[in-house]
Design a protein around this ligand. Sequence first.
Ligand SMILES: Cc1ncc(COP(=O)(O)O)c(C=O)c1O
Length: 392
Amino acid sequence: MRYAPITERLAGLGSDKWVLHSAAQARRAQGLEVINLTIGEPDVPTPADLIETATRSMRKGRTGYSNGQGEPTVLGALSDYYGSKLGRSISRQRFLCLPGTQTALYLAFIALLEPGCEVILGDPMYATYEALIRASGATPVPVALRPEAGFRLQVDDVARQIGPATRALFLNTPHNPTGAILTQEDLDALCDLAVRHDLWVISDEVYQELTHGEALFNSALANPTFEDRVIVASSISKSHAAPGFRSGWLCGPEEFCRRALPVSETMLFGSQPFIADMTAEALRASPEVARNMAARMARRAQIIHSRLDGVAGMRVHLPEAGMFALLDIRALSCDSQSFALGLLETTGVAVMPGASFGAALEGWLRIALNAPDDVTDDACSRIVSYAQREAA
Ligand SMILES: Cc1ncc(COP(=O)(O)O)c(C=O)c1O
């Protein structure tokens, strides 16, 4: 039988990247103990009041078909949410509701890209990004994010990669896996470059509510000068501990939304009204879940720093936001996948090898911050003993 080329382009770019996570689950299924620090899940269940809202809404009969753009309840809440964050009016026509940031990005790329064009993005990158770009037939052009620049995408590095085929810059701020936040100056310089070369700017801002300590988030939409070419994707997965609800959106220019709508309708035929009602309530409430989660995660990053930084030549990179810390194991001169597999087999601690996120993060490990403090501390003790053995 014959298959479409998309199946070839995406082969190996799906769950294959999560070998460590699958190995950890297989170990657990065998009854072996595992501390799983591979995936960035919220560390608390979805708040009971949001589940109650969704349930009430279902009981009221909000289980029919919706329209392709989104229910008026959630479009109104999104317009108010972005309006108050950005300090200017953002019309309802600038949103498309989709099942999570992942699908939102898929739609954006299908609507903007085509075979032969290129998208510039930072390396390391979130594990699905290469597939997202390749699905459309476009080619990802990675630009190394350097630890000495705080892993922030540098405008000069991007400028060097721009060519006639470049169609878009793909940003992720706050960034997974590095936890870096682009400053307003970074964003202005990158958007200015996009104007000069007539590029789209797509920004994944799913971690926007999870800033640590005093760190400040800046949206790619903050500067109205650039809003005719900026598209932001986000969701309530992280901010409201609700990844299973699959509720996200795109915010872009009205014309983009008009043109992308039939694509979305073809894929989804609308989303669930009871999830829209729950999302509207989540967006209108204060982001307390996110604030508390961010505080716990920042504290665990500090635990990891105090336990591992300097041990056996390892260094810890503290995130400014998000659910992960990075551990630099280059001094131990072994590749990140072998180290992570050895660590799991020997100590039961599962972390992601940096190489899963791009060539630039080879020699690093990504550690999720969602385990309780004592478990995080226990994982650190095991990492110390394994690293010291490797260093010997
Ligand atoms: C950077 C980034 N983008 C998107 C997603 C997926 O988000 P959603 O659940 O909204 O699809 C994740 C999930 O971990 C992520 O880390």
